[in-house]
Design a protein around this ligand. Structure first.
Ligand code: NDP
Length: 230
């Protein structure tokens, strides 16, 4: 099968790419700056026949258009919308609204725009295609007991809603769409004190993705398979 992973140059996206290649899948890996994605380049040296690396900034319309054009008539079986940002927008009273706008532009609008642009590629999949959006427990309204983090929380909550609508709109075509929370993971975003490493998160997430079916579509899953309240 062919998997497309965004933000594949580091963190969780890089680990998805590594594990998928290890198990024999084909991967379309995207990065904002492929020329600086050294670990991806090493993987390409090892799996040149199954790894294709493309340049893609999901917040840039022209970049999405150029990428989709370059992708051509390729079929995508599983789209892993992993790229995302966590930037501090400050406390109430001193809020940085540019950070909030940027967070929506990447986490919500960028993910939706890319997904829409890739629908033809997903429709070319032989089996039921899957779209997996990396959200966060911080985007759960039910789980918000500490406030703050307006930019990240709101942009991921909006991504959750986008996912639910996509799941409903694409159900007739058999395309499965859901969100996952990867856990608190040791990456540049998660920091060194995070609870799990990328391998623990991604190995488990791949189980969740493998087992996803029509009843998973429109749901919010944790890395260990538990369902999270919206
Ligand atoms: P990292 O910060 O380590 O990596 C983020 C990736 O996203 C990088 O490859 C980055 O590229 C890419 N990216 C950022 N902006 C854009 C953009 N505009 N276009 C394309 N790519 C972009 O994060 P993680 O690996 O930890 O997180 C991956 C996903 O998991 C995110 O969506 C995050 O919100 C989510 N998540 C992570 C948690 C954690 O504990 N780590 C917890 C909950 C959710 P570049 O190198 O060019 O900046």
């Amino acid at each position: 099968m062919t998997y497309l992973v965004t933000g594949a140059n580091r963190g969780i996206g890089l680990e998805f790419t590594r594990e998928l290649l290890e198990r024999g899948e084909s991967v379309v890996a995207t990065a904002r700056n492929p020329e600086r994605a050294e670990e991806l380049q090493v993987l390409q040296g090892e799996h040149a026949d199954r790894l294709a690396i493309f340049s893609l900034d999901i917040a840039d319309v022209a970049s999405i258009e150029a990428f989709v054009k370059e992708l051509g008539a390729r079929a995508i079986d599983v789209l892993i919308n992993n790229a995302g940002i966590l930037e501090r927008c400050g406390e109430l009273g001193e809020m940085d609204f540019e950070v909030i706008e940027r967070s929506f532009r990447v986490n919500t609008i960028g993910t939706l725009r890319l997904t829409e642009a890739l629908l033809p590629a997903l429709r070319r999949a032989t089996g039921d295609a899957k779209i997996v959006n990396l959200s966060s427990k911080m985007g759960s309204i039910a789980e918000n007991s500490s406030g703050g983090s307006y930019a990240y929380r709101a942009s991921k909550a909006a991504l959750n809603m986008v996912t639910r609508s996509l799941a409903l709109d694409l159900a007739d075509e058999g395309i499965i769409v859901f969100v996952v929370h990867p856990g608190w993971v040791q990456t540049r975003m998660g920091g060194p004190n995070a609870l799990i490493d990328t391998e623990t998160s991604v190995t488990s997430l791949l189980d969740v993705i493998d087992n996803a079916n029509a009843s998973t579509s429109g749901s919010f899953k944790e890395w260990n398979g538990n369902t999270i309240a919206w």
